[in-house]
Design a protein around this ligand. Structure first.
Ligand code: TTP
Ligand code: MG
Length: 362
């Protein structure tokens, strides 16, 4: 059966989340900033929406440079909010894991997923299925993403990157070489500025020129390991399996309250959808937990936690709900008002394994 691998990458991820939460940003250049705090503008750009990219603003450039490039526009600058982006990422990865058996999360906004068994090696089926996934993510989270599908990780990753935003690029095995050949070598994952420079100095610019370059000569230039990988990659070949997490060690959800609150009942009602979502994840993965923790972020942004370890592992929703309620009540009594609240379960255990253990013992 033909191998079918997908790669998903969210579009301008952090900036797109800011747009979802504040739709007025959509029509304006929006820059997500990592402020270093030394002077007002010191720090770097984390990412920017496509409107800002039109002005040459991109990840990694100094905020001061972005401001110069966007002078005269109504650009908006937003500070990074990692916990918020992580919560979106968690939910999207959860959705992917519910859809596909094998998912390798390879960054905060990207993942490989194995479509082989779901599609029985049929690339037309893969196109329909991935298009559905794009629709689901858009519907549930309001976010667009780009997906590439190909016979392996290298091809699918290059494919997802080849059409952005909101792209879907399906590269059938027979088309892999003709798809890759015109692209520059630095599109191959793992080819950074250093390798790219060495290759260019040897007259290798396109993936095609790399594919036909004599293997032995390539080894002499960049070493055997990299040469073998690059030579295969340039020819659309890659056997690397997906790195699957076999065990989830913890699951968490965090929300920003509609208004700062010191009322545990109110906070709990806003946390309820996250609790349900987290519980769904637990049951779909057959996971039991032993420790529940509550995270509270105060209006001054200080972070506080309270946790409880249960005597026996469980996946009972009521236990989760009650523990959350108790912990939240003590946390609020100690701290007063919260701006954000989160829940985390850990000390995980596979329910199926536990069952077989009790059967064995029984
Ligand atoms: P990317 O997927 O590389 O970038 P992106 O999602 O912003 O844009 P694209 O549409 O091209 O995929 O990175 C994901 C997130 O990681 C990005 O939204 C912000 C963060 N990031 C940084 O904070 N600094 C960086 O230098 C890069 C590259 C990313
Ligand atoms: Mg991205």
């Amino acid at each position: 059966m033909l191998r079918v691998i997908g790669h998903l990458d969210l579009d301008y991820f952090f900036a797109q989340i800011e747009e979802v939460e504040n739709p007025s940003l959509k029509s304006l250049p929006t820059v997500v900033c990592v402020y270093s705090g030394r002077t007002e503008d010191s720090g770097v750009v984390s990412t920017a929406n496509y409107k800002a990219r039109e002005f040459g603003v991109r990840s990694g450039i100094p905020i001061s440079l972005a401001k110069r490039r966007l002078k005269g526009t109504e650009a908006v600058y937003v500070p990074v909010d990692q916990p918020k982006y992580a919560a979106y990422s968690d939910r999207i990865m959860g959705l992917m894991r519910r859809e596909f058996d094998e998912v390798e999360q390879s960054g905060i906004d990207e993942a490989f997923f194995n479509l082989t068994s779901r599609t029985q090696g049929d690339y037309a089926k893969a196109a329909a299925l991935t298009s559905q996934i794009k629709g689901q993510i858009l519907k549930v989270e309001g976010l667009t993403c780009s997906i590439g599908v190909g016979p392996n990780k290298v091809v699918s990753k290059i494919a997802s990157d080849s059409k952005k935003p909101d792209g879907l690029t399906v590269v059938e095995p027979t088309r892999a070489r003709s798809f890759l050949f015109p692209l520059p070598v630095d599109k191959i994952p793992g080819v950074g500025p250093k390798t790219s420079k060495i290759l260019r100095e040897n007259g290798i610019q396109s993936i095609q020129s790399l594919a036909v370059f004599p293997s032995q000569k390539l080894e002499d230039i960049i070493g055997k390991k990299l040469a073998v990988y690059l030579h295969k990659a340039a020819n659309g070949q890659d056997d690397e399996p997906l790195a699957i997490e076999t065990e989830t060690s913890q699951l968490s959800r965090i929300i920003t309250l509609k208004a700062d609150s010191g009322n545990p009942t109110e906070i709990l009602s806003q946390l309820a959808p996250s609790l349900k979502d987290l519980h769904e994840r637990l049951t779909s993965q057959n996971l039991f937990f032993r420790t529940v923790a509550i995270l509270g972020i105060r209006p001054d942004l200080s972070i506080h936690t309270r946790s409880r370890t249960l005597e026996v592992p469980t996946n009972d929703y009521l236990v989760l709900w009650r523990s959350t309620k108790d912990l939240l009540t003590t946390l609020v009594a100690d701290l007063g008002e919260l701006r954000r609240a989160g829940i985390r379960v850990s000390d995980m255990m596979d329910a199926l394994k536990q069952q077989s253990l009790s059967e064995f013992l029984g």
